[in-house]
Design a protein around this ligand. Structure first.
Ligand code: 3HC
Length: 295
């Protein structure tokens, strides 16, 4: 698939990342099919895109007309065939579990055009292993966006062992056309570049609180105001989803070893369904004041 021939982008998964990626593609002028397994999930994703576009228009990042046109380019559906049947690129953003992703690719392979590129938004899992369940491993790569996709500039474009140079170049051009900055990750390694650095940082913040060295607010004050990150570590963990961070760590722990062992404080949050902003509560309570970090 050449970049010039891409017109239709299918996004699998309408969650935090999926709806954001669909929004980015629609804003860049592509026809977008956003698919999830239940009507309520796709509706929720669609509503989130609408909220975000309205917010961008309200803040003068785009006109009301551009927001409306972008929304019109998004079709939300549950049927896999209808979602990927005429797709030029399929971007998959389903939950961060190897088995779920493999099942999705086995299914999608039956309906997607032979020349369509498959790009996974996985946060850490092996691109090579995922590509091997398809019949097109050379047309398969990672395309990793950051949360929230509509506001974050970077996209990691990750090569698996079988990925062709042509596929990587097409996806890099697509990322640029999405008005993003692609960075190539040359080797398929857990967490790629960003999460290899960022997720252990969030985990280390948890150990500090777990070991009674500091409070959540004190750690966040340090990471935000002294280290100059745009958000505190716990604020960021709530933004990306504590479950997402934990899945990345578990995989890094499994492949890279003991230094990546998840902190029990993070495990507890996930067990208690305190997943962050998306559930209304994580390390902070978003229904009761939200983030309050001393400067
Ligand atoms: N769409 C539209 N508007 C949005 C939005 C979205 N998706 N998300 C937030 N906003 C709005 C907020 O509602 C807020 O509006 P309000 O002022 O009316 O309440 C406004 O954006 C805030 O924007 P500002 O520009 O005023 O605020 P900031 O300067 O703080 O920028 C930010 C916000 C860009 C999110 C910034 O805080 C930031 O860069 N945070 C770090 C995020 C980050 O590092 N993400 C990557 C995480 S790692 C990852 O995702 C990988 C994964 O695999 C784990």
């Amino acid at each position: 698939m050449d970049f010039e021939d891409i017109e239709t982008v299918a996004v699998l998964g309408a969650g935090n990342m999926g709806h954001g990626i669909a929004e980015v593609a629609a804003l860049a002028g592509y026809e977008v099919r956003m698919r999830d397994i239940k009507e309520e999930f796709v509706q929720n994703g669609y509503d989130n895109i609408e909220w975000s576009l309205n917010k961008l228009a309200e803040k003068d990042h785009l006109s009301d007309e551009a927001a409306e046109e972008a929304l019109e380019r998004v079709t939300a559906l549950v049927d896999v065939d209808a979602a990927v049947g005429d797709a030029d690129v399929v971007i998959e953003a389903v939950p961060e579990k190897m088995e779920i992703k493999k099942d999705v690719y086995t299914d999608v392979e039956k309906y997607a055009p032979e020349d369509a590129i498959f790009a996974t938004n996985t946060s850490s899992l092996s691109i090579t292993e995922l590509s091997e369940v398809t019949e097109r491993p050379e047309q398969f790569c990672g395309m990793h966006f950051f949360n929230p996709p509509v506001r974050m500039q970077l996209v990691e474009v990750i090569s698996g062992e079988h990925t062709s140079e042509a596929t990587l170049e097409t996806i890099e051009q697509l990322a640029e056309d999405f008005d993003k900055t692609p960075v190539r990750v040359r080797k398929d390694s857990p967490g790629f570049i960003v999460n290899r650095i960022l997720v252990p940082l969030m985990n280390e913040a948890c150990w500090l609180v777990h070991d009674d060295v500091a409070t959540i607010a004190e750690v966040d004050s340090t990471t935000k105001f002294d280290m100059g990150l745009p958000m505190g570590s716990f604020e960021l963990s709530d933004q990306v989803g504590n479950d997402v961070g934990l899945h990345v760590l578990e995989y890094m722990h499994e492949v890279l070893g003991e230094p990546y062992a998840p902190c029990p404080l993070l495990e507890e949050k996930v067990e208690n369904e305190q997943l962050g902003k998306k559930t209304g509560e994580g390390f902070y309570d978003y229904e009761d004041g939200g983030v309050d970090i001393p400067t």
